[in-house]
Structure formats: structure tokens, C-alpha cells
Design a protein around this ligand. Structure first.
Ligand SMILES: Nc1ncnc2c1ncn2[C@@H]1O[C@H](COP(=O)(O)OP(=O)(O)OP(=O)(O)O)[C@@H](O)[C@H]1O
Ligand SMILES: [Mg+2]
Length: 486
């Protein structure tokens, strides 16, 4: 592994990198940065959580000319949260440079964005719909940019953003540099992407598995009606620091997060039907640890980087291998360990095998812990909590009441009752989820057959207003096709 110094990165960026705590360049950074600095187009593929953002952000920053006051680079991303996150990472890297990146996305006041655009940011990160909107209003001009990046390129093209992306790129100079990044890059999408690239260099990290090696993968065979209780049991046993739970539909996400809250867990839901403010609130609660479970549709599957996510639960099996790879990639990032758990109903066993084959991973089958095991784990946690409070000596105000109680009952009885209260078994709180139809692997279809999958204008990004219970990404083509993950 090389240091950033060896990659020929300028001083101010190196200082920012040191502040961010990066010691060595990751493999994709080591490969992509020098190539990007020569001005070549790149199709870059590397496992989730391996620093693709900095791999394109650093070359952008090296290229920006601070003496010029116009937009010089754009990054296009599939979701609002990702557009925000990418601009934050760029701004961290640009800390000592006087360069600013601005996120532009749907759901935020357009007037506010217009004001922000007037301040002449050097770099724009945005979702396709809103970028186009600004281009059409002439509040954003891309005729002098020198770089365009498509983060999660395969997803955007697959979601039917092709036309939008072509329209955006039409506004940019012919001789700009184009970079494409994703953890997955199916061949047909790669071919499609080459349409707007010039002799791109393919940088693919040599890895046996498509999934990050730091993520341990398991699955449980669970009947649909038992899923929720099993989930609670696993949460008690696993005791994740932060967890992301993926559900198939918006309704599912709402019902799951309500149910979890009723059972005493700190959870909140994220999906495309929430307004932008609600989405921002949920994400910041999760980032700050005010909730420890994020329940989400695939809207949170791509690119989202929250440190401390130790567990990913696929409450519903993902619809294709790519979705699986990206979902479980929310844990095990930047070399940390993670555990990915998938619930598979008996009718879906074939699908988990296809996913395993396509992602060349090893998804180990496990048996659901018993109620007794879950209880034991809860008691152990309660005990640890009590011991911690004893050690921190945080009990003085309770002493008088304690001695009063001890006059009447023996100590074992009282400690047992205290433990019982701490391990409150919420099983009595009934939670009923609406059943989801099982997913079947349909015959592989050619991509972009017929009409591309689009919602109505302005709402394409992150799957705008679907009805309750609708898929967050409407009727995706099935991609259970071997070798689709290049
Ligand atoms: N060289 C490095 N050393 C240590 N940490 C790094 C390095 N480069 C990036 N990181 C950190 O690793 C985390 C993951 O990076 P990033 O989000 O760019 O991954 P990614 O490859 O884009 O993943 P995904 O496929 O999920 O989008 C981030 O928190 C980032 O700050
Ligand atoms: Mg990324």
C-alpha cells in the first residue's frame, strides 16, 4: 500500500487527509488517483466501503482552479443522502484549499439552492432530477466544467436515469474527463456507460468476492409470520452498536420501525415517501446515535457511510445480487468488521443461493437462537449495565429507598426484580406486520427492454411518491442472472 505522498497529492489535500485519519491509500485510491490525474476517463469498480469517494474527490480537487469562479466539476449520485454525503467528504478534503462543494437535490427549496449557486461553488454534487431542473432554469451552467463523476453509475443507469444523465452531460464540454464508480458494474451497464466516455480505463480491484471481505454473511430460514419476533430475538443476542434493517417496501419500513419502537428499541424509518426534512432528521439521529436502528428501503443501500454500523439485517431478501452487495456493504467499512444477516422464507431459498453464487461470497446458514438464549443474553446485558453503574458509583440518591426495601425483602429477591425490570420482555406487546408477497426469481430480462423505469418528472430520484406498500424502486427488472456482477 502506498501513502498519499507517494501518489503525488498536493500538500493541502495531504494535510486534510491526515486530519481525517487516513494513513494509507486504499487499493482503489492507489490505482485510480494517478490515472485520473493524467486526465483519462475511468470506470472504477471496488468493494463497498473501500474509499471510492476520495478516489474521485482527490483528482477533482487537484484539477479545480481556484482563480476561476465557475463550476468546474459535477458529481451525480442516485439519492439525496448520497449527494449530501459526497459533498461533505469533498469539503473535508478541501479544508485547506478554499474550494467549496455544494449539494443540489430534490426536496430542498429551489430558491435556497439558487441563492447558494450564486455564491459560485467550484463543485456541485447532485441528484439527476434537480440538476436538470437547475440547468433548465439556467441557474446552473456546466459549459466550463472539466470533470464529471457518476457515483453509483450502474444504479442510476439501471433506475432509468440514462436519459437525464445524457441530457445533463450534453450541457458539458466534449473534452471533459468522465469518471464512473460503483461496487458493482454489470456488463450491459458498462457498455451503456461507455457511450458517453472517451476510451475509458477499466480499473477493477482484483477480488474473489464482490462483497467486502470484512463482512461476515449469514442467513436464517424464517417463515414470514415469524420474522418480526426472530428479528427482536437476534437484536437482543447480537446487541448491535448501530444496525441498518432493510425492508422491501415503504409500508414495511413504517410498520417495522413502529413495531420496534413498541418493543422498546430505538429505531426510525427512511424511505422515499418522507419529505426531505424528515429524511434529514432520521439520518442525523442515526449518525449521532440518537437512534441505533435505521430501518430503510433500498434508498439507503447505496453509498451511505455511517461509521459504527456493526450489523445489517435484510428483513426481506433483496431483489437482486447487486442490491444485496450494496445493502450489506453498509457495514464492514474502511476495514472494520461487520455482520450481515438475511431472512429467507422457505420459498426464497433458491434466491439466496443465486445471490451467493453471483456475489461469489459465502453465506452461511444459521439456526435461530431460542427464546431462552435470547433471554440469557438480555440478562447478561442488564447485569453488565448494573455493574457499570456500580463502578461509576451512580446510585447515591437511591440508597435510602434501597435500605427500606431491604428491611422487607431479601437481597436476592430485590436484585432479581431489578434485573427483570431491566430485561423487560416486550413480547407481550403485539406487533402485526402486513405480509409481503414472497419474491420469485423471474426469468432474466434484457435491461432497458421497453420503457425505462421512471416515475413522473422531478421525482425520479430516490423513488418519489409511491403509494404505501409500493416498492421504493418501481418494478425493477429481475437481475438474477449469473455473471451479472462483473
Ligand atoms: N485511505 C483511507 N484510509 C482510511 N479510511 C478511509 C480511506 N479512504 C476512505 N476512508 C473512509 O472509509 C469510509 C468508506 O469510504 P467511501 O464511502 O468512499 O466508500 P465507497 O467505496 O464509496 O463505498 P460504497 O461502495 O458503499 O459507496 C469512509 O468513512 C471514508 O472516510
Ligand atoms: Mg461510494
Amino acid at each position: 500500500m502506498k501513502t498519499f505522498d507517494q501518489l503525488g497529492i498536493s500538500g493541502p489535500i495531504q494535510r486534510a487527509i491526515t486530519d481525517m485519519g487516513f494513513e494509507e491509500a486504499s487499493p482503489i485510491q492507489e490505482k485510480a488517483i494517478p490515472v485520473a490525474l493524467t486526465g483519462k476517463d475511468i470506470i472504477g469498480q471496488a468493494q463497498t466501503g473501500t474509499g471510492k469517494t476520495a478516489a474521485f474527490a482527490i483528482p477533482i480537487l487537484e484539477k479545480v482552479d481556484t482563480s476561476k469562479e465557475h463550476v468546474q466539476a459535477i458529481v451525480i449520485a442516485p439519492t439525496r443522502e448520497l449527494a449530501i454525503q459526497v459533498s461533505e467528504e469533498i469539503n473535508r478534503l478541501a479544508k485547506y484549499m478554499g474550494i467549496r462543494a455544494l449539494p443540489i437535490y430534490g426536496g430542498q427549496s429551489i430558491d435556497r439552492q439558487i441563492q447558494a449557486l450564486k455564491k459560485r461553488p467550484h463543485i456541485i454534487t447532485g441528484t439527476p432530477g434537480r440538476l436538470l431542473d437547475h440547468i433548465q432554469r439556467r441557474t446552473l451552467r456546466l459549459d466550463r466544467i472539466s470533470m464529471a463523476v457518476l457515483d453509483e453509475a450502474d444504479e442510476m443507469l439501471d433506475m432509468g436515469f440514462l436519459e437525464d444523465i445524457e441530457r445533463i452531460l450534453k450541457e458539458t464540454p466534449e473534452n471533459k474527463q468522465t469518471l464512473l464508480f460503483s461496487a458493482t458494474m454489470p456488463k450491459p451497464i458498462q457498455n451503456l456507460a461507455e457511450k458517453f466516455m472517451r476510451n475509458p480505463e477499466h480499473l477493477q480491484m482484483k477480488a474473489k468476492e464482490v462483497t467486502a471481505p470484512t463482512v461476515q454473511q449469514v442467513y436464517y430460514e424464517v417463515n414470514e409470520r415469524d420474522k418480526f419476533d426472530v428479528l427482536c430475538r437476534l437484536l437482543d443476542v447480537d446487541n448491535p452498536e448501530l444496525a441498518v434493517i432493510f425492508g422491501r417496501t415503504k409500508r414495511r419500513v413504517d410498520e417495522l420501525s413502529d413495531g420496534l419502537n413498541k418493543r422498546g428499541y430505538l429505531a426510525d424509518g427512511l424511505h422515499g415517501d418522507l419529505n426531505q426534512r424528515q429524511r434529514d432528521v432520521v439520518m442525523s439521529k442515526f449518525r449521532e446515535g440518537n437512534i441505533d436502528i435505521l430501518v430503510a428501503t433500498d434508498v439507503a443501500a447505496r453509498g451511505i457511510d455511517v461509521s459504527g454500523v456493526t450489523h445489517v439485517y435484510n428483513f426481506d431478501i433483496p431483489q437482486d445480487p447487486e442490491s444485496y452487495v450494496h445493502r450489506i456493504g453498509r457495514t464492514g467499512r474502511a476495514g472494520k468488521k461487520g455482520l450481515a444477516i438475511t431472512f429467507v422464507t422457505p420459498r426464497e431459498i433458491g434466491q439466496i443461493r443465486s445471490i451467493e453464487k453471483a456475489s461469489k461470497g459465502n453465506i452461511q446458514r444459521k439456526t435461530v437462537p431460542t427464546v431462552a438464549e435470547a433471554m440469557e443474553s438480555k440478562q447478561r446485558m442488564a447485569m453488565e449495565k448494573m455493574v457499570q453503574l456500580v463502578e461509576e458509583q451512580q446510585y447515591a440518591p437511591f440508597k435510602e429507598t434501597a435500605s427500606e426495601l431491604l428491611d422487607r425483602y431479601d437481597s436476592i429477591t430485590l436484585v432479581s426484580v431489578a434485573l427483570k425490570m431491566l430485561t423487560k420482555d416486550e413480547k407481550d406487546v403485539p406487533v402485526q406486520l402486513t405480509a409481503e408477497a414472497p419474491r420469485f426469481a423471474s426469468k432474466p430480462k434484457l435491461k432497458f427492454e421497453g420503457k425505462p423505469r421512471r416515475n413522473h418528472k422531478g421525482n425520479k430520484e430516490s423513488a418519489g411518491k409511491g403509494g404505501k406498500g409500493k416498492y421504493d424502486k418501481s418494478s425493477r427488472n429481475s437481475r438474477y442472472k449469473e455473471g451479472i456482477l462483473k
